[in-house]
Design a protein around this ligand. Structure first.
Ligand code: HEM
Length: 487
């Protein structure tokens, strides 16, 4: 090893002063440039983060509280920064991911590189065993066991039930000749249908009581989690307690009775004697029953409301849909109710439904949190950042959908690029109730359009304030006129 004495070191520095200075300077410049480059690649996604905790939360809340809806916040930023932008909301950095490549990167790495963020109020409201909250290992098992009653085959049992309910209620309203709000009608229909399919509950007063509690739980999901009487959180937690007591009693009474039901709960209880990993425990059943109702009611009802609105604005589409439905009706005995085979014949009806979901975007974006530093396309994402798959932007991208503002069901004559049509998400968290939603929508559209014409009594396009699901403030009030039977 070379050991230099102080005198030798002094001479070395003195004689090579210029070289040492050059080395030191180049070191400094390199380190400065490395930091600068690192910083600029982190800053590659444009946007404004604002103050650490507040960020742009007030602008977001102000958009949510306006009749333009919370997506206006996203729209305005995109105008300013371009397709990709970042912001800070409630202390967290959010990146809005606008592309099919980005959506694919997140969906295909769900649970590995990304997961849903933990929201305390949501976990407290829907329960820790809900699919929306459980960790990956339990999610796989619970989802596998919950899935079979939601397959299209299993749904066939419920088509006639849904059909009977919808046709009776529409007939009553048409007979009374009264104007009614489509959104309210569909919220009730969706709730009643789900309670029937999940637990065979049809008693009107019980349904009303349960719905009141479910609404309170739903309002608590994104509320501030403090147990102070009068707050949305407090009311939601109390309502959850009522619902859990009710479900617990129902499960106990089902187990002690010999009567069998044709419903989702029965299919879960039929597994009582199975090994542990082939059945759900009672809390898993109860939390997920509640999850289905909360995840399924307002989404499906909003989609049906938009279908009525879009069909009213596009009479040619309405007429074409009616033609298909009447041809199905003519081939059935008079008064006959619908079955799954009839729904399979509704090829144009299916496209109307798809186009409604493309344009209405009842879930505007799908939020995830990055579990590690990573890259999406060429953008660097830091661990802990929120990445929001912007389904709305993808569904309105003119490069994916020609004339995206045009309601044109025939665009689905052709198949679309993977991940360009994602109203039900994709990957391990794809909507579990997708088939149920499709059945409810197709039956509703069939009964409405093949039986009636309608007049929309309020054309106001303002959105409901403070709603995370885009819905018209008016809820679309309509009056029905029955079609003559000779159609
Ligand atoms: C038109 C109606 C509906 C739409 C547009 C819709 C949309 C979605 C979307 C986009 C997701 C995935 C969200 C994400 O990736 O973060 C989802 C998940 C889910 N949906 Fe739906 N949904 C609808 C109706 C329903 C119905 C009727 C039910 C139940 C009966 C339901 C139950 C669920 C559940 C349980 C999940 C969570 C799945 C999981 O995390 O594994 N949905 N839905």
């Amino acid at each position: 090893m070379i050991v230099l004495e102080m005198g030798e070191l002094y001479l070395l520095v003195k004689n090579n002063y210029d070289i040492i200075l050059a080395v030191l300077l180049s070191g400094l410049v390199t380190s400065f440039l490395t930091k600068k480059l690192k910083k600029s690649s982190l800053d590659a996604i444009p946007g404004r983060l604002g103050l650490p905790l507040v960020g742009e939360s007030f602008s977001f809340l102000s958009a949510t509280n306006s009749t333009k809806g919370c997506y206006d916040f996203v729209r305005l930023r995109r105008q300013k920064y371009g397709k990709w932008f970042k912001t800070r909301l409630f202390g967290k950095v959010h990146v809005f991911v606008p592309s099919v490549v980005g959506a694919k990167a997140i969906f295909t790495n769900d649970f590995q590189l990304f997961n849903k963020g933990y929201i305390k109020s949501m976990a407290d409201a829907v329960g820790k065993k809900s699919l929306l909250c459980v960790p990956v290992e339990s999610h796989k098992r619970i989802r596998r066991l919950l899935s079979s009653p939601f397959s299209m085959d299993s749904m066939s049992k419920y088509v006639h039930k849904f059909d009977k309910l919808i046709s009776e209620r529409l007939k009553n309203l048409a007979d009374q000749g009264k104007c009614f709000v489509v959104l309210d009608f569909n919220m009730k229909i969706a709730f009643d249908e789900m309670c029937d399919m999940l637990m065979s509950i049809t008693d009107e007063s019980l349904l009303n009581k349960l719905e009141k509690d479910c609404v309170a739980v739903s309002n608590a999901m994104l509320s501030f989690p403090v147990m102070i009487p009068g707050t949305a959180y407090y009311k939601g937690i109390k309502a959850r307690e009522n619902l859990m007591t009710f479900l617990e009693e129902m499960i106990t009474s089902r187990r002690s009775s010999k009567e069998r039901h044709e419903d989702f709960l029965q299919s879960m209880l039929d597994r009582d004697s199975f090994p542990d990993d082939e059945k759900l425990d009672d809390l898993e059943i109860m939390d997920n029953l509640l999850t289905f109702i909360l995840a399924g009611q307002s989404t499906t009802a909003a989609a049906m409301m938009w279908a009525v609105k879009f069909l009213d604005e596009n009479q040619d589409v309405q007429n074409k849909l009616r033609e298909e439905q009447l041809s199905i009706r003519r081939n059935k005995p008079p008064g006959d109710i619908l079955c799954l085979e009839d729904l399979n014949k509704m090829s144009y009806g299916l496209k109307v439904m798809k186009e409604t979901l493309r344009m209405s975007n009842v879930l505007l974006w799908f939020p995830r949190v990055a579990l590690d530093d990573c890259k999406i396309q060429d953008f660097e994402i830091k661990k802990g950042w929120h990445v929001d798959i912007d389904a709305t932007h993808i569904h309105y991208d003119p490069e994916l959908y020609k004339d995206p503002l045009q309601f044109n069901p025939s665009r689905f004559d052709e198949s679309h690029k993977p991940y360009s049509y994602i109203p039900f998400g994709s990957g391990p968290r794809t909507c579990l109730g997708m088939n149920m939603a499709k059945v409810m929508m197709l039956v509703f559209l069939y009964r409405l359009t093949s039986g009636y014409t309608w007049t929309v009594e309020d054309q106001d396009l303002s959105l409901e304030k403070k709603s995370h699901i885009p819905r018209l403030k008016s809820g679309v009030p309509i009056t029905l006129t029955a079609l003559k039977d000779d159609n």
